[in-house]
Ligand binder design. Structure first.
Ligand SMILES: Nc1ncnc2c1ncn2[C@@H]1O[C@H](COP(=O)(O)OP(=O)(O)OP(=O)(O)O)[C@@H](O)[C@H]1O
Ligand SMILES: [Mg+2]
Length: 835
């Protein structure tokens, strides 16, 4: 098996540790997870590529040629896909199916898939040119791409089975591929939505597809945008916020800049997790320098590393391209001319210009000028390259200060870091500043290991107050758009990460929960669901995928307990308890968990949800049951606190024994009602009803739960809802021919009508109830109805009638006296009420 160099795409032999072409360390292609990480659920982007007219072609060709063509085709397709860290799931005939986002997710898997498609077309065009003399007609691919949820993992028993993804997402990708013409790529709406900032598309309308009721909207990829828009921010929705907080960090940046202006070389690193606001802080800093006129005598050169990987010397190359105005696809000749002109302008003579531009050619990735460098061994060559870059920087520094800005240095190549470090070491007392942004990766600490003064800005999560201010600022001053409860949930889910905040707002808009009406934002669902934003799902899942398997497993199992969990409970349910202490340490160090009141807590609610959603539904259900059983055992089967009932209800509801969950939820509702926490009681009863509905209500509990729900809705003031529930409950009791129960509900309905001022209706309900209650054997409900009837008479000013009804109630109770204890107690209660 060959390894694909992440730097230059070269197919290197499998036993090579470094690429023989560019020297970058070779990582094995996307590793298949070990057997202990079983299947999981995840969003992925699936790509199907197929050679048009292959069957016809193979009929006319010699089988050996077909074989050779197939071999070449598969090799080029695999290398293009693996270079972008895609996973080649299988070859079917002449088609390839690739997956981006499994086994390991990236933050821009859909973009990777579309880039892979463009590259596949390009490579096949070259292959076609080579084979044209034999084939007599050009070859072309047609490609289909779709993004959506799948189940991913080994099929069959553990590792022997092939790693594969399953789900309707795959079928749609295959259908899009069938619909695309030669040389075309069709993507689904889901993929289009996530990549339209980076590619141009032509909408193809809805494709009518076999076996699908709804047409599938498709978009044809036209090409990559020259200047891709940022996928970040909410400007497209007219929402923007000033930078919140970060005053101290901005101050530190200004101070470092002043030190640099005073002649002291500076290194500044802005370090934080994705989405914390590194780029934002940087752009605010540069904007302030610009506004203050402080960039007048300072040359600013910028580079940004790509998440798709950087080739050797990627960073200096990008800085040089910025300095000399070189386009990404500039020809070598024009580039040399531009470099020579710039060096000459900085005072270099012809000899120096020729020498430096030859060496910079290496950095820029052009074919080297053999004549000048042929005699150098690799070590010497590297030395010469460093000297050349240093010479360019020194020339620049003669003309004024130099600020080099490198974004996302965590994606850089090793050679670039070494070169930057050498520059700092060799230019200690200059008006020279290197400012980088990076996510926390230890490898980059070497940059700061020299003597250059370093300012390290570790961006902390925004406080809850700052997070709330950011949300308020987004929607503009004035009325708060998000109600307090929703705002608080958004803030908690984001855990102080501004990107997560913005993306949750974007999702609320995309889901239709928030919309703009006449210049105002309106929230349509007060309790809008906070779905994990698709735009950052891969980013979050990627962090989980990259964990060592025991930590990943512990995190998923902890997620089933909840956003906050106790270690001892996790230990009881974990599949690998001995590995737990280490796993928790890893998760704390990775910033995914934090300590909270003796327990652990997920740092971001969103990470919790992604970890939970990553588990197969079956496994989630097993774990919920296990957790429920441990909790039940711990309280000896007699929960003594409301939160115990809630937790038991929650876990059993999501486990296999749903009716048990519903019973706990009802008990929690009763408890809450007992302490007049009516809103909580409503919530628990509603959840119990939902649970019973979901499992088909095998023990027919729903009717009684619904009656309790209506009972508590009355004091909570939800009269219309209560009346609706009572009516439905009455109907259900009628179906069961349970007259006393029907009569009871009619009595409650009567009370509602009376309170609503509908006296006639109230009376009618009571009469109906009485008819039902009187026709069966004597029952306490009958006495209650008489008594209620007396109340109505009394309130209507009919004192005599009231007395007569009350007497009937008493007589009825006396008649019941011979019955069981419970009836007598009830009867006594009615007597007490009557008096
Ligand atoms: N302090 C802040 N106030 C207001 N908005 C912010 C703040 N910090 C970040 N944002 C916004 O949050 C989003 C994410 O921030 P940014 O892109 O700067 O993150 P980052 O740390 O650079 O992430 P990455 O590691 O992925 O590059 C951006 O849209 C940015 O404008
Ligand atoms: Mg950034």
């Amino acid at each position: 098996m060959a390894l694909i160099c992440p730097g230059c795409g070269f197919d290197a032999p499998a036993d090579f540790a470094f690429c023989p072409k560019c020297g970058k360390p070779l990582a094995p292609a996307a590793a298949v997870p070990s057997s202990d990480a079983s299947s999981d659920r995840r969003p992925v982007t699936v790509l199907f590529a197929d050679l048009c007219g292959f069957t016809a072609l193979s009929e006319t060709l010699d089988p050996e040629d077909v074989r050779a063509l197939q071999g070449e085709l598969f090799a080029l397709m695999s290398s293009a896909i693996q270079r972008l860290d895609g996973f080649v799931e299988k070859y079917v005939g002449d088609a390839v199916m690739a997956v981006f986002g499994a086994p390991v997710a990236h933050e821009e898997d859909p973009e990777r898939a579309v880039r892979a498609a463009l590259e596949l077309h390009e490579r096949v065009a070259r292959l076609s040119a080579r084979w044209l003399p034999l084939l007599k007609r050009p070859l072309a691919l047609h490609v289909g791409i779709n993004t959506g949820p799948v189940v991913a993992g080994h099929i069959g028993s553990q590792r022997e089975g092939a790693y594969a993804v399953t789900g309707d997402t795959v079928n749609a990708a295959s259908r899009l591929q069938n619909a695309a013409g030669p040389g075309q790529t069709f993507v689904s709406e889901a993929t289009w939505l996530l990549t339209r900032h980076a590619f141009s598309y032509e909408p193809m309308g809805g494709l009518a597809l076999k076996g699908k009721a709804q047409p599938l909207p498709a978009y044809r990829v036209e090409g990559a945008l020259q200047a891709p828009a940022s996928a970040r921010g909410l400007q497209a929705h007219g929402l923007a916020a000033p930078m919140i907080g970060r005053d101290a960090e901005l101050g530190a940046l200004m101070a470092a800049f002043a030190q640099m202006q005073a002649g002291q070389t500076q290194l500044v690193r802005i370090v934080a997790e994705a989405g914390s606001g590194k780029s934002r802080l940087l752009s605010e800093f540069l904007a302030r320098l610009q506004a203050n006129g402080q960039l007048a005598d300072t040359a600013l050169r910028s580079a940004a590393c790509s998440s798709l990987g950087e080739r050797t010397y990627g960073v200096p190359a990008a800085l040089l391209r910025d300095a000399y105005g070189l386009a990404a696809d500039e020809s070598a000749a024009t580039a040399r001319q531009k470099i020579a002109a710039a060096l000459a302008a900085l005072g270099a003579d012809d000899e120096e210009t020729a020498r430096i531009s030859a060496l910079l050619g290496y950095v820029l990735g052009f074919d080297p000028d053999e004549a000048r460098t042929r005699h150098l061994d690799p070590e010497q060559l590297k030395h010469q390259i460093f000297l050349a870059v240093q010479a360019v920087v020194e020339r620049r520094l003669l003309a004024g200060a130099l600020l080099l800005v490198v974004e996302d240095l965590h994606w850089t190549d090793a050679a670039s870091v070494e070169l930057l470090r050498a520059l700092l070491d060799r230019l200690p007392a200059q008006r020279f500043m290197l400012l980088v942004t990076q996510r926390p990766v230890a490898e980059l600490d070497v940059l700061a290991a020299g003597a250059t003064p370093q300012t390290l800005l570790l961006l902390q999560p925004l406080s809850a107050t700052h997070s709330a201010s950011l949300l308020d600022a987004l929607f503009g001053s004035g009325a708060r758009t998000l109600p307090a409860a929703l705002q608080q949930r958004v803030v908690e889910h984001a855990g102080g990460n501004p990107l997560f905040l913005e993306e949750m707002v974007r999702t609320l808009i995309a889901d239709g929960a928030l919309s703009r009406e006449h210049e105002r934002w309106v929230l349509h669902a007060q309790a809008a669901a906070l779905n994990v934003p698709q735009t950052i799902h891969g980013l979050l899942l990627g962090r989980i995928d990259r964990l060592p398997p025991p930590a990943r497993q512990a995190m998923q199992e902890a997620a089933v307990i909840g956003p906050q969990f106790a270690e001892d409970l996790l230990r009881e349910v974990a599949s690998d308890a001995p590995a737990l202490p280490d796993a928790l340490r890893v998760l704390l160090a990775a910033g995914l968990l934090e300590h909270s009141e003796g327990d652990y807590r997920f740092r971001h609610g969103l990470i919790h949800e992604v970890a939970y959603g990553n588990l197969l539904a079956r496994r989630r259900s097993e774990l919920h049951t296990r957790i429920g059983e441990v909790l039940e055992r711990r309280c000896g089967g007699v929960p003594r606190q409301l939160q115990d009932l809630q937790a038991l209800g929650h876990h059993f509801r999501l486990g296999a024994d749903k009716p048990r969950g519903a019973r706990y939820l009802v008990a929690a509702g009763d408890w809450a009602r007992g302490i007049y926490a009516n809103a909580d009681a409503i919530r628990h009863y509603e959840l119990a009803l939902q649970t019973l509905h979901d499992c088909g209500d095998p023990q027919a509990q729903s009717v009684s739960v619904r009656e309790r729900l209506a009972d508590v809705m009355v004091p909570a003031g939800h009269i219309a809802d209560a009346a609706e529930h009572y009516a439905a409950v009455r109907e259900a009791f009628a179906q069961m021919s349970d007259d006393p129960a029907q009569a009871r509900v009619l009595r409650k309905l009567s009370g509602l009508r009376w309170e609503a001022g509908e006296r006639g209706e109230a009376l009618r309900c009571l009469e109906q109830g009485l008819t039902l209650a009187e026709r069966g054997p004597a029952h306490i409900e009958c006495a209650k109805l008489y008594q209620e009837r007396g109340q109505l008479a009394f309130r209507s000013g009919d004192n005599l009638g009231a007395l007569q009804w009350t007497q009937r109630a008493l007589q009825h109770i006396e008649g019941l006296a011979a019955h069981g204890d419970e009836e007598r107690r009830d009867a006594a209660a009615v007597v007490a009420l009557s008096l």
